[in-house]
Design a protein around this ligand. Structure first.
Ligand code: FAD
Length: 504
């Protein structure tokens, strides 16, 4: 008798990670449920910076333009000095787009707006988070996971094939798995508060007491809203008054000004900073994504971005295995994402040290464009290449033309849940079509024209080269035509082995 499952995947937690995974699974036609223990959406600004790599992912998921319309650029920072003067600086170098990188500066969008747009996209795909539904227990065996949910209509016991804990820093799933979460507390506690206030203009991010952890306070106009986000360190122990009166007292004491008046508080929180990374991202049929797997200081704006990218890495692999790819593909999720989180913890912790010294500047590494999986078992490096772009790297964008004469970008070809194979002036006759793989011939009589040579220059390709791009936009391999057998084997291993049957 075949075993019955309520759905293939249960996603626990409808924050940024859970919503991203839900959208990715929905567009792939995977059956899932997305449960959220809160009764209504989270309404705080928290992760307000969407990094360039995440913007690319949001473009693929069909939400980028709405996010850009809802948010805005980061303003300059204004540093107020003790002598009453002030000086302005950029938080990061402003960089214009280049053909390989269409987005080179972060977008500011409060997390509650980011999540609202993700929910809107999910609704278009026919799904909604189930608010007021809490995962309270689970038990797995070789074939599936029995889960216990308490929802608005009572208790429910269902069986699913896979469980994903996208349930945040205090993850129930992580704790139930009894996994180690080693790391350290960083000895810094801070407040974050979304407020309405008068007395400050909205053109700059106002920073007071930069070099003094007792007095630092920053007031950032939140793009897409009339709010400011207040951030500042507070003593490790004791209550912090996050009311209008309490915040006004803190602002007056730290800025030395009485003309800044908080008039209302829409969300506020005090939190201790930790840098921790879970021992394992997968235990059998249960995965952890996002803050459930890693927690870190907010410096550098990495948390939400890393969480979204975890989900984006896992989504296509779950769908592929459900469609018949070998199960080991799912082991590459931890293999690829855990080292990224380890590096991100180091980065955000070192930026916290900079912040303590009053040095507030973000470099290229915070943009996450150089994240890649060169050492992954899913990456095959075959050619001795001296070009910048190697297997495992993020697949760069490039302007191209369709054979019909229209302007396009490589990202248009990558957009969607499929793999993409670029045959650069190569004969694609030997490779039959198959489900889940889009093959494009770039060249003189190809469907895509490299009219300005951008693909050739960015990817450093010559006639007869092939580039295989994963569904999540990373280069699986770059091969010469003579190595089609390697490509064939690889496609089979990732579940793309079956050419479509030719109909008589
Ligand atoms: C104060 C603060 C400031 C931050 N600033 C930044 C920043 O500037 N830039 C940045 O990139 N990141 C920032 N972050 C981090 C960012 O907010 C997180 O990394 C991001 O929210 C992680 O998303 P997530 O989906 O993994 O987890 P969460 O957003 O925490 O979502 C987890 C969800 O799971 C739900 N849940 C928990 N348990 C259960 C259960 N048993 N059943 C059902 N549902 C459950 C929770 O209610 C929650 O909605 C900040 C975080 C904090 C706290």
């Amino acid at each position: 008798m075949t075993e019955q499952f309520a759905v293939d995947v249960l996603i626990c937690g409808a924050g940024a990670a859970g919503l991203t995974l839900a959208i990715d699974l929905a567009r792939r036609g995977v059956s899932f449920r997305l449960i959220e223990k809160m009764d209504k959406p989270f309404h705080g600004s928290r992760g307000k910076g969407i990094q360039p790599r995440t913007l690319e992912i949001f473009e693929d998921l069909g939400v980028l333009d709405r996010m850009a319309a809802a948010g805005g650029p980061y303003p300059r920072q204004r540093h107020y000095h003790d002598d009453g003067s002030h000086s302005d600086s950029e938080l990061m170098e402003q960089q214009a787009p280049i053909p390989a990188e269409p987005y080179r500066t972060p977008l500011m969008l409060p997390q509650f707006l980011t999540e609202a747009i993700l929910r809107e996209r999910l609704a278009e795909l026919g799904h909604h988070p189930e608010f007021g539904s809490e995962l309270v227990g689970f038990d797995q065996n070789e074939t599936g996971v029995a889960v216990r949910i308490i929802g608005r209509t009572g208790e429910e016991n269902i069986r699913v094939r896979w469980l994903v804990g996208a349930d945040g820093g205090r993850s129930f799933v992580r704790q139930a798995l009894d996994l180690g979460f080693p790391g350290r507390t960083l000895g810094v506690r801070a407040i974050v508060a979304d407020v309405s206030l008068t007395g400050l203009n909205r053109d700059v991010w106002h920073r007071f007491g930069d070099k003094d952890m007792q007095r630092q306070i920053s007031l950032c106009p939140l793009a897409g809203t009339d709010l400011f986000q207040i951030q500042g360190p507070v003593p490790l122990e004791g209550d912090v008054d996050l009311s209008v009166e309490g915040l006004n007292a803190m602002v007056a004491q730290r800025t030395g000004r009485d003309d800044i008046q908080v008039t209302s508080v829409s969300w506020a929180s005090a939190f201790g900073m930790n840098a921790r990374l879970v021992d394992r991202y997968r235990v059998g049929r249960v995965f952890l994504v996002g803050d459930a797997a890693h927690t870190h200081p907010p410096t550098g704006g990495q948390g939400l971005n890393t969480s979204v990218q975890d989900a984006y890495n896992l989504g296509w692999k779950l769908a592929a295995v459900l469609a018949g790819a070998r199960g080991q593909l799912l082991d590459t999720y931890e293999e690829e994402r855990r080292p990224i989180a380890a590096a991100m913890l180091g980065l955000s912790t070192s930026l916290l040290e900079d912040l303590k010294r009053g040095e507030i500047r973000r470099g290229r590494e915070t943009q996450q464009l150089d994240i890649g999986y060169p050492k992954s078992s899913l990456t095959i490096e075959r050619l001795a290449r001296d070009g910048d772009v190697l297997a495992g790297d993020r697949a760069p964008d490039a302007p191209v033309q369709g054979a019909a004469g229209q302007s396009m970008r490589l990202f248009d070809l990558f957009k969607g849940p499929h793999w993409t194979l670029l045959a650069y002036e190569a004969n694609r006759a030997g490779l039959p079509p198959r489900r889940g793989l889009h093959i494009h011939h770039i060249g003189e009589r190809g469907d895509i024209i490299d009219h300005a040579g951008h693909v050739r220059d960015i990817y450093v390709l010559g006639p007869g080269d092939w580039v295989l791009v994963r569904p999540d936009g990373y280069i699986a391999t770059i091969l010469a035509s003579a190595e089609m057998a390697v490509l064939q084997r690889y496609l089979e291993e990732v579940g793309l082995g079956q050419p479509e049957q030719a109909h008589p």
